[in-house]
Design a protein around this ligand. Structure first.
Ligand code: SAM
Length: 401
């Protein structure tokens, strides 16, 4: 079964263009504020046009998010969409038309030809590279199409959180040779029902795609070309393509010290990737890696400095006042992530700061509005930043300024 045939029969993810009238699907990678945070130090000048490639854009989630957010922010952009599947492209085109968005060019073709479309300031490639027969060629093609100061947002599958998937894919593939995509789906669904309740796939609570749609079932369990990446393997693939990570997210998932017993230090001599790789193995539930990447040695990219008064903070949930109330009442924030609930302690006196975050006001102005001197403000802001930023709940960007 060719990849084109799969995605022409079950364009992924399953989307109805009419739904664009009622909701915008938001996600990572490729939310402009988040791109700015990881790839441009929170300081991109969005009045300058941005050239974007959406590589393997499928039915258009990232494409629609990028075009809609930049249009609403009145920022100039040009987006090139490429996908092998004609059906997926038609759905993506219909979604863009439904929203009357402009400046998108559609191509049916392979991301291996990315450099032929020019150089891009940003490349989105979500859920595609692990499906290529030779993924390294995909990483390299995208790297060649990336402008020297540009960045990309990638998502690839990760092995441990997908526990149970790969033996099923192998079994289903071996037994369904010669079937059409529809016959394979019927066969896969019927067979899954016969498998024991204790099957590792059935007891894996982080896998849900197969319950959402036929396209989701097919993509998860019937794919004929799918290889997951550990953190170390992904770092290796980036390196071979001349790229390096600018942030895995949420970073907190990869923090080894959070998983070790109290008082135990991380063993010395481990590189950052070794520590993340150990955390991935211990945690066991990471099913995808979302990583922002840049060309190796990009010197202008500095780590975010949360004491910089010009940075403009954004809360992912957009719920500053709500979070502020929670802190006032409990001195902590509770957040659900996949199957877990996490608790972040934030001192009650930080609540007024959170209430004022609106995605437009720089830190220096926030400080003036709450009437704190610089030293006290820095201390309070550090607590907010350290609790929220590793979970990707807090980003910095001048998108709306
Ligand atoms: C799992 S879907 C992901 C779609 C979209 N990026 C998203 O995250 O919703 C994978 C998509 O990659 C496309 N694809 C696979 N190999 C490709 C290639 N070499 N060049 C371009 N598109 C490709 C498929 O047609 C399919 O639409």
């Amino acid at each position: 079964m060719s990849i084109e045939e799969q995605y022409d029969t079950y364009p992924y993810p399953a989307r109805n263009p009419k739904d664009e009238r009622k909701r915008l699907i938001q996600g990572s990678p490729s939310f402009p504020v988040e791109m700015d945070h990881y790839l441009f130090g929170g300081k991109r000048n969005w009045r300058e046009p941005i050239r974007i490639l959406v590589a393997g854009g499928g039915t258009g989630d990232a494409l629609v998010q990028l075009a809609q957010v930049l249009t609403s922010a009145k920022r100039p952009y040009e987006i090139t969409y490429v996908d092998l599947s004609v059906t997926a492209r038609e759905i993506a085109e219909a979604r863009i038309a439904e929203r009357r968005l402009q400046n998108v060019t559609f191509h049916t073709g392979s991301l291996l030809d990315a450099p032929e479309y020019g150089m891009f300031d940003y490349i989105d490639c979500c859920g595609v590279l692990h499906h290529l027969p030779e993924p390294d060629k995909g990483f390299k093609a995208l790297s060649e199409a990336l402008a020297p100061q540009g960045g990309m947002g990638l998502m690839v599958y990760a092995p441990y959180g997908r526990n149970g998937v790969y033996p099923l894919q192998e079994g289903f593939n071996a037994l369904s040779q010669g079937m059409s995509a529809k016959e394979r789906l019927a066969f896969g669904k019927a067979t899954l029902r016969n498998l024991p309740k204790a099957h590792p796939f059935k007891t894996n609570p982080v896998l849900v795609d197969h319950k959402k749609s036929d396209a989701g079932f097919y993509d998860l369990l019937l794919h004929s070309q799918d290889r997951p990446y550990t953190v170390s393997e992904l770092a290796g693939a980036l390196d071979r393509a001349g790229l390096q990570s600018a942030g895995f997210l949420p970073r907190a998932l990869y923090q080894l010290d959070d998983l070790l017993p109290a008082g135990m230090d991380v063993p010395e001599g481990l590189s950052e990737i070794d520590r993340m790789a150990a955390a991935e193995k211990l945690r066991g539930t990471i099913k995808t890696h979302i990583v922002y990447a840049v060309h190796k040695g990009r010197e202008d990219l500095k780590a975010i400095d949360p004491t910089d008064p010009w940075l403009v903070p954004h809360l992912k949930s957009g719920a500053g006042p709500q979070l502020a109330k929670m802190i006032e009442r409990k001195g902590k924030i509770l957040m659900d992530f996949q199957t877990e609930s996490y608790e972040w302690k934030i001192p009650r006196e930080c609540a007024p700061l959170l209430a004022l975050i609106d995605g437009r006001t720089p830190l220096g102005v926030l400080r003036e509005r709450v009437g704190l001197d610089e030293f006290v403000f820095r201390g309070q802001w550090r607590r907010v930043h350290d609790a929220l930023e590793p979970w990707n709940e807090l980003n910095y960007s001048k998108l709306y300024v």
